[in-house]
Design a protein around this ligand. Sequence first.
Ligand code: ADP
Length: 327
Amino acid sequence: MESPGDKAVIAVRSRPLFAQEIARNCASVLNFPDEDKNIVILGKHGFEFDKIFCGSAQEEVFEIVRPILKQVWAGYSATVMAYGQTGAGKTYTMGTGRGKFSLDGEGVVPRTVRELFMLNAEQSAEIFVSFMEVYNEGVYDLLSAFPTRKIQARAFRDLGLQEIHVVSVEDALKRLEEGIEARRVSETQGNEKSSRSHAIFSIHIHKFSKEDETETRSLVHLVDLAGSEAVGKAGNQGSLKLEGISINQGLLALSNCIRAVIQKSQHIPVRNTALTNVLQDALKGKCMLALIACVSPSSKDETETIQTLRFAQAFHKIKSKPHIQKI
Ligand code: ADP
């Protein structure tokens, strides 16, 4: 199989300004000078990406994922992730939130399910799903009978996650809903933690070739990352401090892995954190990734928005000038 030239797509999506923000005199700090050029301006700073979405429909955003799924179908593994501060639109973009959407409103996860089942029209593959939450360096299997039971770190190599065989789009979406509900229930037992945990819905493809009787396995991880505002926040105490450290380390380790993947490095440093550990099977070898950095246009969020744009632009720069940047 031919290798796709570009291993990563780095995109930015701005959510609309909310009515409450307009009512509180928050203006948009983001400018999009030329739709075709994929440039966003914030104050004196200009940022360029592979793709910028502003006022875009869910369907348009999915267009950057669709080609990656073709490669997943052909045997590659992939990670599609939404990064950004809480409230910037990660869950909306991925479609891992509560409540049913119309087909138009569906996010990346349900669209990916539909696309993969369409590719499997001839039923040449079996499709499995798993759904986990990573919180405070612990992993939780949202599709198991005990979604609040922590899987110990030492077991990360073989998580023993439920990989559930699904036979239709509806079947897969039912599992997605079950996992979302399990996440919600576990939240009511403690405090509101969904913005401080990573949710990872994974679709596993076991494809059979009748010609040479071989089986190819590939997968796609669809990741709704924890809110990036925890990064760099000092001063929290107790469990909040631990959470902050864990999110910090996870996102930092993830960014090191993304760099290494883009640079086609032999060594991908996956072992440092729970997040990179559980994603490792799709960060090595024949793999691709998409990062959708979600931002708020509101003046009240300016600092976080700059941080997110810088985080994402660093990868775009490595893509453009691979010989200058080193890990
Ligand atoms: P996050 O997951 O980053 O915390 P959410 O996805 O929950 O943020 O988004 C916060 C709110 O903004 C939600 O009410 C969501 O429906 C809304 N929202 C986010 N992005 C968009 C968008 N592109 N278009 C319309 N509403 C959006």
